[in-house]
Ligand binder design. Structure first.
Ligand code: ATP
Ligand code: MG
Length: 386
């Protein structure tokens, strides 16, 4: 489980360290930085699948994603006594992302190349990475460090250099995830790789989730929901079938959901609704019903990840369904750490009733995302290694 997340200089997040619990609920007005926080977490996840530099480039590169405000915000600026204005930068541009967990912590820092004769002057590169023990980085808790192309690993009281020339676009996880020589790197990579992000499921008439599909065992629903029927059948056969029936009954009293196999081996949904003489197929379900069923398949996964991130799961659901969704999310939080970003009051209120719910309300102060009620010194301890 992650115990804290820290971000610096990413979009509206100049500097933020959040304490995390089993079920984290992120709320806040439009423009407060909820999506920016989500994107930062997704970018962090890309470090473990070889895509962090490309993802940053796709988002517009470092110049676009970098905090556009001043390097420091003075008390006088906060009070409104003086205008917000930039001063000469004292520090080099560094976008930093990191987390601590109940096993290892990780931090990465990205920047621009040193001035050089190259057309790739705006190509971001990895400047620094570190894996550490404990709640936050201290030199004594550091286990693996990467600086430029050099990677060193702690061996008792000594440091052993295990690489001198890793490319600046490769992370530690791309170059050193061999469990025998760098067990911590392997462990952290596998943890990050297990994180699962669900954004907006498609439910339009051509949505893949509506179509019959070849039934292969599917313990993890695809992020666009294309393997919905197979994922549901997998829950029925090897997962928590009872919880599935319960979730349907909770949201749609009197209804039943079945998965049927066609002659050609393809799976299709059948949704039995009170008052109808035949079940409805996936193609016939309403957007909201289909979306709720997608959330059931995602949240009751027989292979729960370390972390599951749900971005605005209320989209296109009727407010009456939201308490049932909150109960489903609460159930999933027994097996995975959950991160929910939401706008919907009914969902927020229902999640807040859950004993494990850790609510984080964001606000924007002078263009900067802050946690409501968290003073400058109230957050968890955090140090950047660099
Ligand atoms: N590079 C940047 N530097 C500073 N602020 C930025 C930068 N890029 C985007 N922003 C700010 O981030 C804000 C958008 O944040 P975000 O999309 O996370 O909001 P949100 O809380 O998800 O809002 P909504 O509820 O509307 O989806 C915008 O107000 C924009 O001004
Ligand atoms: Mg948003």
């Amino acid at each position: 489980m992650l115990t804290s997340l820290s971000i610096a200089n990413y979009r509206s997040i100049m500097s933020l360290t959040l304490p995390l619990g089993a079920l984290n609920l992120i709320t806040g007005p439009n423009g407060s930085g909820k999506s920016n926080l989500y994107k930062a977490l997704r970018l962090l996840a890309k470090t473990a699948s070889g895509g962090v530099i490309n993802s940053l480039a796709e988002e517009g590169g470092l110049h676009s994603t970098y905090w556009a405000g001043p390097e420091t915000i003075s008390d006088a600026m906060r009070r409104g006594d003086v205008e917000v204005q930039g001063t000469k930068r004292n520090n080099v541009m560094r976008l930093k992302l990191g987390f601590a967990s109940d096993t290892f912590g990780y931090a990465i820092s990205l920047g621009l190349p040193a001035p050089q004769q190259s057309a790739f002057a705006f190509d971001p590169e990895i400047k620094h990475e570190c894996i550490f023990n404990g709640d936050y980085y201290r030199p004594a808790s550091s286990l693996v460090e990467r600086k430029g192309g050099v990677v060193k690993i702690r061996q008792g009281r000594q440091w052993e250099v295990i690489s001198q020339h890793i490319p600046n676009y490769d992370s530690l996880f791309d170059s050193h995830a061999d469990p025998a020589s760098a067990a911590e790197v392997f462990h952290v990579r596998e943890m990050i790789r297990s994180w699962r992000f669900y954004d907006h499921f498609r439910t339009d008439s051509d949505a893949p989730a509506r179509k019959p599909q070849l039934g292969t065992r599917t313990p993890v629903l695809h992020h666009d929901g294309r393997d919905l029927a197979a994922a549901l059948q997998t829950i029925i056969e090897i997962g928590d079938n009872e919880a599935l029936d319960h979730a349907i009954e909770d949201a749609f009293p009197g209804c039943k959901l079945r998965v049927v196999t066609k002659d050609d081996g393809r799976f299709s949904l059948e949704f039995f609704q009170k008052g109808l003489l035949r079940p409805l197929t996936g193609a016939e379900l309403s957007d909201g019903t289909l979306r709720f069923v997608l959330w059931i398949a995602a949240l009751l996964t027989p292979r729960p990840p370390a972390l599951m991130v749900l971005n605005e799961p209320e989209t296109s659901l009727h407010p009456d369904l939201l308490p049932a969704l909150a109960r489903l999310i609460g159930h999933a939080s027994q097996h995975s750490q959950i991160w929910v970003i939401s706008h919907a009051n009914r969902l927020i209120n229902a999640l807040n009733e859950h004993p494990a719910c850790h609510s984080i309300a964001l606000e924007k102060v002078l263009g900067q995302t802050e946690v409501q009620g968290q003073g400058m010194l109230d957050g968890p301890n955090w140090n950047w290694p660099e």
